[in-house]
Design a protein around this ligand. Structure first.
Ligand code: ADP
Ligand code: MG
Length: 734
């Protein structure tokens, strides 16, 4: 049954709603509902609209619309020799055909034979014309992937149907390109449209010959012709894997366009004006702050702070990402930056992705800064109306010099007196738009008399932006998606920490783990126990956190066990966290709400139940909750059931390395960049052709060439980028 799904979705992707190519099956006007059974004619958006959805507007867009794959229609296979699971072409005469009632609706079925065997054709979606098209006695050519049918023999679901050929030299001589299709757009039509665009367009190669020669890549026209119409002897593997030099050329062009766009975005951002937050001779906040800190900054923290301070003193907005593994001490660096803003007479805001984390930051900052006479405000969506009003007033009047909060900080109604610096913690949890919004809220705070917000003057000074992340982004990704940021890395942990020991243990040995918890607590330490799910789920055989907490309390009657999960109210969560942080609770049983940022140095044991269900980044974050003090810490990964290949691999990576960058790199290998980053994070179209994992060398080349090109002939470089992204996004406008 799994196959049905595959063929249906592939069918939807490649064929829009119509499966057949002959004119009889092509819908006249009006489109196609995709429910099972006969395809209904519905009102269709105009063709140009439907094409626009695919990004197809100009001739260029068509020319750059490259095949998903190719089909070999140069041969006909006798039905008796068809191989299941392989896309092939057959030709035969319809023995019988008709509608069949199934539980999923009415289907259409036909039996085709050619003297060597019989083949069933099955249609879950079809046009009424299918009946005449597959009338008994007719000879047709069919193309598709046969598989074992329920009742024995082979069947093809949604084959493409073509007119028969009498001689094999009437068959196509080249591989047939299969293009990505949209709603009710036909392969054959699109193929013709692309051919025409190739003829109409000069396909001027904007990339200088010197560049393609340097890289040993073919010219553009040649590459496009080859990819749209590869010769029959083209290497199917090289085409499929996109390692063919003609593919390489197109991937290079795409990466080049991306790097040019990023370079340009970056240049424009640099042109904006920002407040100058320079040290002042009469201010000594930072000096006093550092005197009061119970520790000295690490070398890496010092270096990163210097980089930030120098950005802040410049009249263009800082746009810097601080990457540092969990526990590397990013918060104190952020606090220094905030103090620099305060010293200079401006406000600073710190936004965190969760309530717990924002709260921790708030408490820490209040601890650090109240003795220095600095007022810090607190803003979340959960404040009572009166509290919220007061916070907003403090922020607007400037009484609060530093504001800490959640998303609430970027919601309407938040107006700063004079925001100089916006800090976003765990920036990967926010989308690009959100992190930029914090800065805009600060700059755009002018209200007209009618109470409407007036757009800030484009020339108004912008606050600086500092982002913190514990999710290290591998170099190829950073080059592609964060190239508009400057990146600082805190590559050193505070001294006196012993590395966390990681072990994987079968869940059957849980008793031994419980005993270890008891021993750890007996030494005056604390432990975390993380469960993947809060509610009982029969579908997934997971121990729910509630049940786990009860069980553990029963097994460890002398210990204080507490439960923390996402469905609890904010005050409940807060109470639990406070009790744990103060050492009142010994064991914290939690769902992944503690994943990010929680800081309790006395906790030295992390148990993760059903670790195989977690992502690598998540496991690394969770493990980072321990090993925060000088005591020996351990992380135990409990797994159950039969591990998949991937599951085994993931646990192995976590066990073998504690280096966040290395984990991220291997995570990228396992998952690919799309999922790693998420569309939301990238804030720009993901690449269509190039693959950051395998095309690292091309990316490096593209970056070099983009820089050179922008320097030497900016207009032409921008023309190249526009060509690639014209219909895809408001890319250059961003
Ligand atoms: P993260 O980078 O994961 O956000 P934090 O900023 O929460 O890390 O810091 C982790 C812990 O290390 C905190 O308890 C913090 O006070 C402490 N810390 C930070 N810098 C230093 C340092 N230079 N020396 C000792 N401890 C430090
Ligand atoms: Mg942190």
């Amino acid at each position: 049954m799994a196959n049905t799904h595959t063929s249906t979705s592939r069918y939807a992707q490649e064929f829009g709603a119509a499966s057949s190519e002959t004119s009889a099956a092509r819908p006249r006007k009006g489109a196609a509902g995709r429910t099972a059974g006969v395809i209904r004619q519905e009102k269709l958006a105009p063709l140009s609209e439907r094409l626009r959805k695919l990004g197809l507007v100009s001739d260029w867009d068509f020319v750059l619309h490259l095949p998903l794959r190719y089909e070999d229609e140069t041969r006909i296979t006798p039905i008796g020799r068809l191989n299941p699971g392989e896309v092939q072409q057959a030709q035969g005469t319809v023995e019988r055909s008709g509608f069949v009632a199934t539980p999923r609706g009415q289907q259409f079925s036909a039996i085709l034979s050619d003297g060597t065997g019989r083949l069933q054709l099955r249609f879950i979606h079809y046009y009424p014309s299918i009946q005449s098209q597959l009338q008994p006695g007719k000879t047709v050519r069919v193309f598709g992937e046969p598989r074992e049918a329920f009742g024995g023999g082979l069947e093809i679901v949604h084959p493409r149907i073509k007119p028969p050929v009498s001689r094999t030299d009437n068959l196509p001589q080249a591989l047939t390109p299969i293009y990505p299709l949209g709603e009710n757009i036909q392969q054959k039509w699109l193929r013709k449209r692309i051919d025409r665009a190739m003829l109409d367009l000069q396909v001027e190669d904007l990339v200088p010959v010197a560049v393609t020669e340097r890289l040993g890549l073919p010219r553009l026209r040649e590459s496009l012709e080859y990819l749209h119409n590869p010769p029959a002897d083209a290497s199917a593997d090289a085409l499929r894997d996109r390692t063919d030099p003609h593919w390489e050329r197109l991937k290079f062009d795409e990466l080049l366009a991306q790097q040019i766009s990023l370079g340009e975005t970056r240049r424009l951002a640099r042109k904006a004006v920002a407040l100058v937050l320079a040290p002042r001779a009469d201010a000594n906040l930072i000096v006093r702050f550092r005197e009061h800190l119970p520790f000295a900054l690490t070398g890496a923290q010092e270096r990163v702070w210097k980089e930030i301070a120098s950005d802040l003193a410049r009249p263009e907005p800082m746009h810097r990402l601080v990457q540092g593994d969990v526990g590397s001490g990013k918060t104190v660096v952020a606090a220094l930056a905030a103090l620099r803003a305060v010293e200079a007479g401006y406000q600073a805001a710190l936004m965190a992705p969760t309530e717990i984390l924002a709260e921790q930051h708030f408490k820490k900052l209040v601890d650090w800064l109240t003795p220095l006479g600095i007022r810090t405000a607190w803003l979340t969506g959960r404040l009572k109306a009166a509290e919220k009003r007061r916070a907003l007033e403090e922020i607007a009047s400037g009484e609060a010099r530093i504001v800490v909060g959640t998303h609430a900080l970027i919601q309407d109604g938040v107006r700063f007196e004079n925001l100089g610096l916006a800090i976003v913690d765990e920036q990967h949890r926010f989308g690009v738009a959100q992190r930029l919004a914090l800065r805009t809220n600060g700059a755009a705070g002018v209200e007209s008399e009618s109470g409407e917000t007036v757009e800030a003057d484009a020339n108004a000074a912008k606050p600086h932006l500092l982002m913190l992340s514990a999710t290290p982004i591998p170099r190829t990704l950073a080059m592609s998606y964060l190239a508009d940021l400057d990146v600082s890395v805190i590559n050193e942990l505070p001294p006196g920490r012993t590395p966390v020991t990681t072990k994987t243990i079968r869940i059957e040995r849980k008793n031994e783990v419980v005993a270890l918890v008891r021993a750890v607590v007996a030494e005056g330490r604390q432990a975390y126990w993380v469960c993947p799910l809060i509610e009982e789920s029969e579908a997934l055989d997971l121990t729910p956190a509630v049940q786990a907490a009860e069980e553990l309390q029963r097994a460890l009657p002398d210990l204080k066990v507490a439960l923390l999960h996402g469905a609890m109210s904010a005050p409940e969560k807060e109470a639990v966290m406070t009790a744990f942080a103060s050492g009142e609770t010994d064991l914290l049983v939690a769902t992944t709400v503690i994943e990010v940022g929680v800081d309790v140095p006395n906790a030295t044991l992390m148990v993760i139940e059903h670790a195989e269900r977690f992502g690598l980044a998540q496991l690394h974050q969770l493990r980072g909750r321990v090993g925060r003090g000088a005591a020996r810490s351990a992380c135990l990964l409990l797994y159950g059931g039969e591990l998949s290949e991937l599951g085994r691999e993931r646990l192995k990576i976590i066990r073998e390395t504690t280096d966040g960058f290395e984990i991220a790199r291997r995570d990228l290998q396992l998952r690919g960049p799309g999922e790693f980053l998420g569309e939301r994070q990238s804030g720009m179209p993901l690449l269509r052709f190039a693959n950051l994992e395998t095309d690292g060398a091309l990316l490096e080349a593209a970056r070099r060439e983009a820089e050179r090109w922008l320097r030497e002939d900016r207009d032409r470089a921008l023309a190249h980028a526009r060509r690639w992204f014209s219909a895809k996004a408001e890319f250059l406008a961003a």
